[in-house]
Design a protein around this ligand. Structure first.
Ligand SMILES: N[C@@H](CCC(=O)N[C@@H](CS)C(=O)NCC(=O)O)C(=O)O
Length: 208
């Protein structure tokens, strides 16, 4: 059985949990990371000395990096419907996973840690939070514009692994209270994802 190391409120662990449910991968999970056992702990470091969650152990095969784990699970289960084999279709999926982990992450991170987690030094950095909101909003407006001519999922008609990291950022966008513009197409996307039981369990589950 797949063993997952990481707390279930981590956005990156949630990608893996969501994916496990999508492909019916049985798993066990241990709480590691902020608020639980420290990833500096020797036991954790023996599994991964990068000190971040998630890490998975699949019968002795240790893997980190949430987006990579999601793609690994799609390939393991032969889920070509979620991770297309055609190189261009696959690149389109990966483009969204990279966007969620880079451009969309930059602004969202100080906002989440400052406003939601209230973690030092982010919580006292009003300017950092303000700049984060501006940047996160800019990226979410890009997503809104994308959905003007595309959709209902990020790569088009069908749900794919590209929607997993994007869907979790969208959940935080709506779940963290701050002043934000109305993005009706992103809101529709949020509702569309909520039709999936796995997203309701691990994504839009009341936790930002
Ligand atoms: N690029 C990594 C980032 C992992 C990461 O930053 N994880 C955070 C939680 S979302 C973490 O481990 N934080 C430290 C902690 O919880 O102790 C991935 O996508 O898996």
């Amino acid at each position: 059985m797949l063993r997952i190391y990481g707390r279930s409120n981590s956005i990156n662990v949630r990608k893996v949990l969501w994916m496990c449910d999508e492909v019916d991968e049985p798993f066990s999970r241990e709480d590691w990371g902020r608020g639980y056992r420290s990833t500096d702990d020797e036991t954790f470091r023996r599994v991964s000395d990068f000190g971040v969650v998630p890490v998975v152990d699949d019968g002795g095969f240790i893997l980190r990096e949430s987006n990579t784990i999601v793609r690994y699970l799609a390939s393991k289960h032969g889920r070509l419907d979620l991770y297309a084999p055609d190189i261009k279709a696959r690149a389109r999926i990966e483009q969204w996973m990279d966007w969620a982990a880079t451009d969309a992450y930059v602004g969202f991170r100080p906002v989440f840690l400052g406003l939601q987690v209230k973690m030092a030094p982010y919580k006292d950095d009003a300017e950092g939070i303000r700049a984060g909101i501006l940047e996160w909003t800019r990226q979410m407006q890009r997503l809104e514009t994308h959905f003007e001519g595309n959709g209902p999922f990020v790569t088009g008609a069908a749900f794919s692994v590209g929607d997993i990291p994007v869907g979790l950022i969208v959940n935080r966008w709506f779940a963290i209270p701050f002043e934000k513009p109305n993005l009706p197409r992103v809101a529709q996307y949020y509702d569309r994802l909520a039709e999936r039981p796995a997203y309701r369990t691990h994504g839009r589950n009341g936790t930002p």
